[in-house]
Write a protein that binds this ligand. Structure first.
Ligand SMILES: *[C@@H]1O[C@H](CO)[C@@H](O)[C@H](O)[C@H]1NC(C)=O
Ligand SMILES: *[C@@H]1O[C@H](CO)[C@@H](O)[C@H](O)[C@H]1NC(C)=O
Ligand SMILES: *[C@@H]1O[C@H](CO)[C@@H](O)[C@H](O)[C@H]1NC(C)=O
Length: 792
């Protein structure tokens, strides 16, 4: 009798303990998924339209808020429906999320307070300025700055030693509750205090030794207030973005991080620090000591950092959040590969200490591929925008928890098909890149010899005058292009319209007396898209909008395969322009680094390879232009500086391929072809040797706005090719007098050798009107004539 009884109990307890073990096991040993942030634009560009309608006075603040509320709901639901565990809140914005922090913290510089605007209008005035002469309102915007190495721009509000922080608007609590009321539990997102103070601007009138980071002690209480309110409202987790960790300078911020997080941790929900846009580097030494719940890593950009970080945190209480799904590109993630990387972390820490996530906020990606009607099935199978990335994050977590979903299986198939496509795309182009020789990277002779040949070939006077490329893009030009796009103009009619514009530009230059002509670029919609559309290897979305700043969105082309040039791209227009005049015509091209930088690059081959493929296509174009009788060719690389990596130790390898790409594209021609390049900035500082290494025959730079001191840099480095520092600022409609331009030339001639100087405005004239352009260039030509006598 006893045995069955005890057996019964034994079995019962055994089953019970397995049951309990399973519950606990399931609860704790599960990999979770997270998304750091989401696009703000709204399906159908709802947010953008509502904001612009409000600005135009077409709708009320209430109407704008109701659209914003609907968009926030749509975003949360979309992320939730994808199956993501940690859903962000508080990172939605009507203009910029850094600006939101300043405004919410009550940092409103006096010049905005004085306008006596409503709260919302004060906020927008801080972002974009406001002018309403009738009401006596006139206030400039805060400074805008690039957000790490993305194309998103933040609004940097002025901070000074007497800046005070006072919680004006608890956006994070409001949105947390708003989501909760919809039945959605979220993880609120704020910039961490260190990144906040590192990104805002130091007021112009602040003392020289002041830096905003000195305000840390004053700022901490506001963060405590926000975080405590979130905890009180039931938030279990909070995400504090500290992307400053991707920079070298953060390595010396150990004391600040310690101070901040020791103060915040006791009152806050569980803190995850995110470190998007690069690697944490040596900062891990102090990060591992912080009283935080988890550390997020950007493993899309920097997968190699995983091992050392795991080693550093394995004996701490810090969990890891693996930023595997790229927030920066538009490619489908290789989930199988991500799974293997995540497994490494699980092996070291255990599944309960691992979260899989996006590498950054998804704000840098368009919303969804589902609305793209013009892409083929095959092309769509390669891509993943925000909505699809959320599904990937969730599928990855499921797979790590032992449930491979249909999405995961499909992903494996799609990735394999994409790899096969990549392998077979265009071997001729690859062979050509592999066959690039040192010789192809250099002009045939050094500059002095080329210069002599060019003097004969172009026959330009001393102090030659020229412009940067574009002439005013009038309403007529834009209308013709729009009509052609809609099929209301035939190709022939469109070409005739463009030829008429070119004729006008040539006549204008004859009349004004310029020396080196341009065709004026009426046919170009955009300096990158124009080329992308004519090259193989690019695709274009219809609705792939990505935020650049405020309500401004761009639609970057996507490089999907090996790039080549099926036919000449600009020769037809330049040759036509040259046929109208005896003066030399300058051909105009956008350089390889810039075309690539302003597009979504491929993820399967390096940017270096893609840039060289583009360079080879442009090299052929340069040669064809020369063969068509064009004697000077300008190749613009405004993005060389813009594309600099965040960490200095990565600069050299980048600059090497960037410079090589430019040289590759311009070195296929004879010595007598004059190669120009233009830089629409003047802050060359530490990249000067690379500018010199481009070995362009002529460079033009935006010197007019900046101090002439910059020219000293050229002198001190011994720059010896020709140079055209802008002699007037085209960014304002103001017409410079002849005397002003003479004075500038005279000032420049004190620093630069007169016989190397070219006289030009500081940028293209696309945004100007014809009238002011004519008056300004007439004065420019007169001043150059004066200089020829003065410095004969
Ligand atoms: C505002 O309304 C006017 C008149 O209806 C319209 O022409 C304009 O396009 C609207 N602007 C915006 C930004 O909604
Ligand atoms: C070019 O690249 C840099 C660095 O990656 C980035 O900051 C910049 O915004 C890019 N420009 C565009 C137009 O995307
Ligand atoms: C998936 O990843 C594993 C481990 O890295 C690898 O062995 C396997 O070949 C991959 N499978 C596919 C289909 O790519």
């Amino acid at each position: 009798m006893r045995r069955p009884f005890s057996l019964f109990f034994f079995t019962f307890f055994l089953l019970l303990s397995i049951f309990i073990y399973n519950i606990n096991h399931h609860k704790s040993k599960m990999v979770k998924s997270a998304v750091l942030g989401y696009p703000r634009i709204g399906v159908g560009r709802a947010t953008k339209k509502a904001i612009e309608s409000y600005w135009a006075g077409n709708s009320t603040a209430e109407e704008l808020e109701s659209v914003a509320k609907a968009v926030r709901k749509e975003r949360w639901e979309s992320i939730k429906n994808a199956g993501v565990d940690f859903i962000p809140s508080g990172e939605f914005t009507l203009y910029d999320h850094l600006l939101d922090h300043s405004y919410n913290f009550g940092v409103i510089p006096q010049r905005y307070v004085e306008q006596k605007l409503s709260g919302l209008d004060t906020y927008f005035a801080m972002g974009r300025g406001k002018q309403d002469r009738a009401k006596g309102i006139d206030v400039v915007a805060s400074e805008m700055g690039k957000f790490f190495d993305s194309n998103y721009h933040i609004v940097k509000v002025d901070h000074s030693p007497d800046t005070e922080f006072k919680l004006l608007n608890n956006q994070w609590l409001n949105e947390y509750k708003e989501a909760k009321a919809l039945g959605i539990e979220t993880r609120p997102v704020l910039f961490g205090p260190i990144t906040y103070l590192s990104l805002v601007r130091k007021a112009r009138d602040a003392p020289a030794d002041f830096e905003p980071i000195q305000l840390l002690d004053k700022l901490i209480p506001v963060y405590k207030e926000v975080l405590a309110s979130l905890k009180e409202a039931g938030a279990e987790y909070v995400q504090l973005d500290e992307p400053i960790l991707s920079l070298d300078k953060a390595e010396s911020f150990g004391a600040e991080f310690k101070k901040v997080y020791e103060a915040l941790a006791p009152v806050a929900p569980k803190i995850t620090i995110t470190s998007a846009y690069g690697r944490v580097g040596k900062s891990i030494d102090y990060l591992k000591e912080l009283p935080i719940h988890a550390l997020h890593l950007d493993l899309d950009r920097e997968p190699k950092q995983l091992d050392s970080v795991l080693e550093a945190i394995k004996d701490t209480k810090i969990d890891i959040e693996l930023g595997l799904i790229s927030g920066r590109n538009i490619w489908k993630n290789d989930l199988n590969a991500s799974k293997a990387l995540a497994q490494k972390a699980i092996d070291v820490l255990g599944a309960d200490r691992v979260v899989v996530s996006t590498s950054s906020s998804l704000l840098h990606t368009p919303i969804s591929i589902k609305v793209e009607k013009k892409l083929t099935e095959q092309q769509l199978s390669w891509l993943s925008f925000a909505e699809e990335k959320c599904e990937e994050v969730a599928a990855l977590a499921h797979a790590l928890n032992g449930q491979e979903t249909a999405l995961f299986e499909q992903n494996t198939k799609d990735i394999a098909a994409r790899r096969e496509f990549e392998r077979t795309s265009d071997s001729a182009v690859r062979d050509r890149v592999a066959g690039i020789t040192e010789e192809m990277l250099s002009r045939k002779a050094p500059f002095p010899e080329r210069r002599a040949a060019q003097k004969k070939h172009l026959n330009l006077p001393k102090f030659p005058t020229t412009t940067i490329g574009s002439f005013p893009q009038t309403k007529e030009i834009r209308q013709a292009r729009a009509k052609f796009g809609k099929g209301e103009l035939t190709a022939e009619q469109y070409e005739k319209a463009m030829e008429a514009e070119i004729q006008h530009a040539v006549d204008f230059q004859e009349k004004t007396g310029l020396d080196l002509f341009v065709h004026g670029e009426p046919e170009r919609n955009d300096m990158v898209q124009y080329f992308g559309e004519q090259l193989t290897g690019f695709i274009f979305t219809q609705l792939g909008w990505v935020q650049s700043y405020g309500s401004r969105y761009v639609r970057p082309p996507i490089v999907v395969s090996d790039v080549s040039r099926p036919a000449p791209m600009t020769v037809r227009w330049s040759a036509y322009a040259q046929s109208l005049t005896k003066k030399p015509m300058k051909g105009m091209l956008t350089g390889p680094v810039t075309i690539l930088n302003w597009s979504f690059p491929r993820a399967d081959v390096s940017k270096e390879v893609q840039s060289k493929q583009l360079a080879l296509a442009l090299r052929d174009e340069v040669v064809d232009l020369a063969n068509a009788g064009i004697k000077a060719i300008q190749v613009d690389e405004p993005a060389i500086r813009e594309g600099l990596p965040l960490r200095k130790s990565d600069w050299d390898s980048y600059l090497k391929w960037a410079v090589d790409s430019f040289r590759l594209s311009t070195s296929g021609v004879e010595n007598d072809i004059q190669v120009h390049s233009h830089f629409c900035y003047s802050d060359f500082g530490d990249i000067f040797p690379s500018i010199q290494a481009l070995d362009a025959d002529v460079i033009s730079i935006e010197a007019s706005k900046a101090d002439l001191k910059l020219l000293d840099v050229f002198k001190s480095y011994g720059y010896s090719n020709e140079i055209g520092p802008g002699v007037y600022d085209i960014h304002s409609p103001r017409v410079p007098s002849e005397q002003e331009i003479k004075d500038r030339i005279a000032a420049m001639a004190k620093v630069l050798p007169a016989d190397l100087m070219v006289v030009n405005p500081d940028c293209g004239l696309k945004t100007r009107g014809w009238k002011e352009t004519e008056e300004s260039l007439t004065n420019l030509v007169a001043a150059a004539r004066w200089a020829r006598e003065q410095y004969a």
